[in-house]
Design a protein around this ligand. Structure first.
Ligand code: ADE
Length: 233
């Protein structure tokens, strides 16, 4: 089954599809390989001003999204029985990994709640079983860009989206290593030559060079990745 179904709950639905409507993901959207639905959180707001947030209990800066508003929106877009995971994009979340992206791509879709303000009332997180997901150790002004990053990473893995289904299998993180260096024509550029081995036609040697290049790069930039894959080869 393909047909990944993304439902995004946001205060800024006009941000979507944004970059997801262009290039690989945009073509796949047009081709019906995935579906994008946005829900305007303010439609579930309270009172004349459709308030979605309020001041934090205990005091302090910022505003907190109300649990009743959040729960109504989540349940409207994803009633009981919907098998899709419910994700809350938040810098507090578990870091998104390629393994999680792949698992999402293998599933029916996802409900994505984009946080804004200081946060979401904890009771909504628990009541709606929202899984908090972060795309990195930096703070965005809201979850919308994070949701787009997640969706983009998922969509490119869906069957029929990438031209060459093998090309994804050897890229960064799928092997546990960063990708090796790449070269193309011209043979000499600004006084730098393409490494001879890559022009030798000896595929075993080229493979060995790429493995070693990837390992060295990973050791220099991401020693944590190397430590995590001891015993792989
Ligand atoms: N919202 C704000 N910052 C974020 C982050 N790093 N990841 C996911 N959602 C966010």
């Amino acid at each position: 089954m393909s047909g990944f179904h993304a439902s995004v709950i946001t205060l800024y639905p006009e941000m979507f599809p944004g970059p997801l409507g262009v290039s690989l993901s945009g073509k796949a959207l047009e081709d019906g390989l995935w579906r994008l639905e946005t829900l305007f959180l303010r439609d579930f707001g309270r009172g004349r001003h459709r308030a979605v947030d309020d001041t934090p209990a205990g005091g302090g800066a910022g505003m907190v999204l109300r649990p009743d508003v959040v729960a109504e929106a989540v349940e409207a877009v994803s009633p009981e029985g919907d098998a899709r995971p419910r994700l809350l994009l938040s810098p507090r979340g578990r870091p998104l990994t390629q393994a999680r992206v792949r698992a999402l791509a293998d599933g029916p879709g996802a409900v994505l709640l984009c946080g804004r303000f200081e946060g979401v009332d904890q009771r909504a997180i628990e009541h709606c079983r929202l899984e908090e997901v972060s795309i990195g150790d930096y703070v965005l002004s809201g979850g919308e860009l994070a949701a787009m990053v997640l969706i983009d990473a998922v969509v490119r893995l869906l069957p029929g989206v990438m031209g060459n289904p093998l090309s994804g299998a050897f890229e960064s993180f799928e092997t546990g290593l960063l990708e090796h260096d790449h070269y193309t024509r011209p043979r000499d550029f600004a006084g730098r030559a393409i490494p001879d081995i890559l022009l030798s036609g000896d595929h075993a040697k080229i493979e060995a060079w790429r493995r070693e290049n990837a390992r060295a790069l990973t050791g220099a930039r991401r020693p944590d990745l190397l430590a995590g894959r001891r015993g792989h080869d």
